[in-house]
Design a protein around this ligand. Sequence first.
Ligand code: COA
Length: 332
Amino acid sequence: MTKVHAAITAVGGYVPDYILTNAELETMMDTTDEWIQTRTGIRERRILKGEGMGSSEMAVKAVANLLEKRGISPEEIELVICATTTPDMMFPATANIICDKAGMKNAWGYDVNAACSGFIFALNTAAQFIETGRHKKVVVVGVDKMSSIMNYEDRAVSIIFGDGSGAVLLEPDTEGYGILDAILRTDGSGRVFLHQKAGGSARPATIETVMNKEHYVYQEGKSVFKFAVKNMADVSAEIMARNGLTADDVAWLVPHQANKRIIDATAERMQVSAEKVMVNIHKYGNTTNGTLPLCLWEWESKLHRGDNIILAAFGGGFTWGSTYIRWAYDTK
Ligand code: COA
């Protein structure tokens, strides 16, 4: 029987207009453009402004972009999986809100939360529905409004993150293209290094938690850095080895955009040269679930049918993983 793979057949993206530069951050906190660029590679990030504007606003635009490019109507989508760490609300799922706003009336949907690894976790979850034949058109959207959980008095964390969204469409392929392999990992003991202290069921919101600024991202940067460098590089090298891929066989590395130094370390471990590595962290910072699809969105016109692509991610939890994709189309 012919094996069915889930192939990405379209990519959409959206970043908000407002640009928060390092120069503006210098006016808000004790930092410098030089420090931020040297430690992270980030020059600016996008911020979603406006009362009542949640993650879904960006996701809907990314999905609309995707549907237009593929030339299909929202009613044709059967399932939407939204990877996000900053849902519009605790419930209902942001996927439901996206389906409503984007007119995907025949789809069911749910959210996946695996912090910065959420997009590849969601992508591989979605792939199962295609591989089993259950669905023919599945949207995976990665979105985060990280500015909604940033303490702009915390210079070690707030300089890193930005807002944005990317989306991909998955459809069945029987010619050997699409998502071919994945290595996905979690280690919950890492939660102490990167989390949001309050607002969940263990520590619901109170006046005290708000006053203590416990609804923002808490991060022990050095520990996160250490784990990220090792784990993202390990799974990327492992997925190449078990699929018999050398660096020459890899057309593109699509790394999570957390820190330019982490990206460089992963590429070095894979022995993949810099021109094959998608990097947009200087423009967008770390958009959490948005980074990987935003890279695919920006590089789409350079991708060719048959390209071997490795996605790699690391995030809070800890969560991490890699995915091997044989790209399915040339952009017209
Ligand atoms: N501007 C200027 N100085 C800053 C600063 C800023 N924005 N943020 C921190 N500093 C200072 C610290 O206070 C410290 O000063 P001290 O030596 O006087 O105590 C010094 O810079 C070094 O801080 P440290 O936290 O050790 O820096 P670092 O080299 O580890 O870089 C990060 C900090 C956050 C950039 C880095 O640890 C990192 O990228 N970690 C991974 C984060 C990540 O990827 N998270 C997402 C995972 S998906």
